[in-house]
Design a protein around this ligand. Structure first.
Ligand code: NAD
Length: 295
C-alpha cells in the first residue's frame, strides 16, 4: 500500500514507523522538521506538504493534536488534493462533532472516512500494540482494519461516524473517575491506619477491583510496571487526561447527558494541571488528594 501519514509527533512518529516496517510506502508530513527527520530515519519518505503527500496514495492516516487541526487539514489540504477512492482515517482524539463534520464533508466528495482514535500511549504506538475504536460505514470497515493492522493489537468497529470518538471519551471518563476513586480510597486507608499494601491486596480481590487499582496502581509498590514506581514520569500525562475529560463534558452538555462524576474528575485534573503537574502521569493525582504535593 501507499500511505500518506500526517502528524508525526509522540504517537504518529511510532505509528508511521510501523507502517514502513510492515513494507508499506509511507509518504510522511509534519509541520515540525525534526519530526519529519525522525520519520525519514524510520523508513518513511518525507513530503513537502500535506497536499503533496496525499496526492497519489491508497490511504491517508492523520494523527493530529485536536479537532481544529483535523478540520483544517482535511478541509484545506486532504479533500481538495486526494484522488477519488482514497481511504481517509483520522486517529486523533477529537470532539464527536468535528469527526462527524469531516466525515460528512468527505462523503460529499465521495471519500470513505473513518474516525479511529486509539487506546494506548506512546509505548504502544512504538510497539504497534494500539487498540483502535472505529466509527465508519459498515462497508468500509474491512479496508480500515487492513490499513490499521500494522499499528494494532485490536481494531474494533464502534459504529457509524463519530462512534469511535464517543467510545474513546466514554472509556477515558471511566478511567479518570476511577483513578480518583482509587486515590481517595488509598488516602482514607492511610488516615485510618490501614497499611496501603494490605488495602491493595484486599481490594484487588474484592468488589473495589478495577484497572486503575490492579494494573496502574497510583500507590507506589504493589504494581511494578505502574508509573507510581518511576516518580510518575512517562505514562499518560495529566494534560492528556484533562483534554479527554473536557471532550467528554462538552459532549455530555451537547447531548444532555448527566455526568456529575465526570465533571468532578475534569475539575480535579484541571486544578492539578494548573498547579504545574500537566506533564506528570495522571495517577500522580494521588499526591494532590493526600495533600502531599512536592515543593
Ligand atoms: P503531538 O503534539 O506529539 O503530535 C502532533 C503532531 O501533529 C505534531 O508533531 C505537530 O507538529 C503535528 N501537526 C500539527 N498540525 C499539523 C498540520 N497542520 N500538518 C501537519 N502536522 C501537524 O501529540 P501526540 O501525543 O502524538 O497526540 C496526537 C493525538 O493522539 C492527539 O489527538 C492525542 O489526544 C491522541 N492520543 C495521545 C496519546 C498519548 O499518550 N500521547 C494517547 C492516546 C491518544
Amino acid at each position: 500500500m501507499r500511505i500518506a501519514f500526517i502528524g508525526l509527533g509522540n504517537m504518529g512518529g511510532g505509528m508511521a514507523a510501523n507502517q514502513a516496517k510492515a513494507g508499506h510506502e509511507v509518504l510522511a508530513f509534519d509541520l515540525s522538521a525534526a519530526a519529519l527527520e525522525r520519520a525519514a530515519e524510520a523508513g518513511c519518505k518525507p513530503s513537502a506538504s500535506v497536499a503533496e503527500a496525499v496526492r497519489d496514495v491508497d490511504a491517508v492516516i492523520t494523527m493530529l493534536p485536536a479537532g481544529p487541526h483535523v478540520r483544517q487539514v482535511y478541509g484545506e489540504d486532504v479533500l481538495p488534493n486526494a484522488r477519488a477512492g482514497t481511504l481517509l482515517i483520522d486517529c486523533s482524539t477529537i470532539d464527536v462533532e468535528s469527526a462527524r463534520a469531516v466525515a460528512a464533508q468527505a462523503k460529499e466528495k465521495g471519500f470513505a472516512f473513518a474516525d479511529a482514535p486509539v487506546s494506548g500511549g506512546v509505548a504502544a504506538a512504538a510497539a504497534g500494540t494500539l487498540a483502535f475504536m472505529v466509527g465508519c460505514d459498515e462497508n468500509d470497515f474491512t479496508g480500515v482494519e487492513t490499513a490499521l493492522t500494522p499499528m494494532a493489537r485490536a481494531v474494533i468497529r464502534a459504529g457509524d461516524h463519530g462512534a469511535g470518538q464517543a467510545a474513546k471519551i466514554c472509556n477515558n471518563m471511566v478511567l479518570g473517575a476511577s483513578m480518583i476513586a482509587v486515590c481517595e480510597a488509598f488516602a482514607l486507608a492511610e488516615r485510618l491506619g490501614l497499611a496501603p499494601e494490605r488495602f491493595f491486596e484486599i481490594a484487588s480481590k474484592s468488589s473495589g477491583q478495577c484497572w486503575s487499582l490492579t494494573s496502574y496502581c497510583p500507590w507506589p509498590g504493589p504494581v511494578e510496571a505502574a508509573p507510581s514506581n518511576r516518580g510518575y514520569e512517562g505514562g499518560f500525562a495529566v494534560a492528556m487526561m484533562l483534554k479527554d475529560l473536557k471532550l467528554a463534558q462538552e459532549a455530555a452538555a451537547r447531548a444532555g447527558a448527566a455526568t456529575p462524576l465526570g465533571a468532578q474528575a475534569e475539575g480535579l485534573y484541571a486544578l492539578f494541571d494548573r498547579l504545574g503537574y500537566g506533564n506528570k502521569d495522571f495517577s500522580a493525582i494521588l499526591q494532590l488528594i493526600r495533600g502531599q504535593l512536592a515543593e
